[in-house]
Design a protein around this ligand. Sequence first.
Ligand SMILES: [Ca+2]
Length: 357
Amino acid sequence: MNNRKLILILSLFIVSAISYQTIGLTINSQIGAIKKSNIQKGNYGIINDETNIGHPRTIELNKKEVGLSEKIILDTDIGSDIDDAICLAYLLAKPECELLGITTVSGEADKRAMVASMICEAAGKHIPIFPGAEEPLTIPQKQPIARQAKVLANWKHEEKFPQGEAIEFMRQTIRKNPGEITLIAIGPLTNIALLFKIDPEIPHLLKSLVMMGGVFINLNPYPTEWNIRCDPHAAAIVYRSKANMHKSIGLDVTLKVRMAVSEVQKRFKSKGLLPVLDIINALYKPTDIITFHDPLAATTLFNDGICSFKKGKVEVEIDGKHGEGFTAWEPDEMNGFHEVAADVNVQNFFTEYFSVF
Ligand SMILES: [Ca+2]
């Protein structure tokens, strides 16, 4: 090979190498541009790359990362025990809670709606409120009176509510947001049972059903619980419906989150808690103890460090063999479709509760 041929071959090699590198740089910069545009436009998670644009899983991951809000409907017997009001004040103050509506259940459902309205007004929020079923499905009423209505005159609240629309409000809201709504049920289950019977697809259109009710693992000292006893037939319907992600926070766990009224009086200073404190001052003695049953159920939705859960199957006995409203629990970690709270970290609960005020 003479020198001229050698120079020609070397020249061709150098030109090819430069071209290849240029093309490579172009491809890399295009991929970079795609990645950058995904982050700017879609913002569908840190794991952006050109293979998963708009994939539902990516969107779901992003929701968890940035802590987007939970769409919630609250069904409550607010007006009897104080824990419903304590729970509602927490949900109204929790930034990640998008409270779409409140339905009331049990006797004097309208007065219960007014009590709920009073708490919403104090929190500066306008939430649709619907009085629901006043009577249990078949048994006589156990809580006919909304005793907390005693303080209504002290506080601004709505007095007129849509009548007979509670079930339809829940039904339409859940249908408009399939797979997105969490129903928090903290009273007797009459409204929820009616909803599930009127539209049997609803249990499967929920994101989850979280309820305070039942006794599951430790039957001492109370083998049954008030919400189930107030309407055991409704509870039986709800547990048989196999709702998506059905979690129960039972009395055997909620009994552990207690605070003396004297301590509550010191700690309920936030504006959103003042009407709740007014109810407590009107109806409780400083030496009484308040159990935070309902707020415990609500906080588990936003903080995984509060309750541990076990999977299994719950069946509500309606023949009263083991006591009226007995919730028979059978553990089944593999195939169970009900989750029940097994224990609670009390400190974590109170830290979460007071963190929003
Ligand atoms: Ca309640």
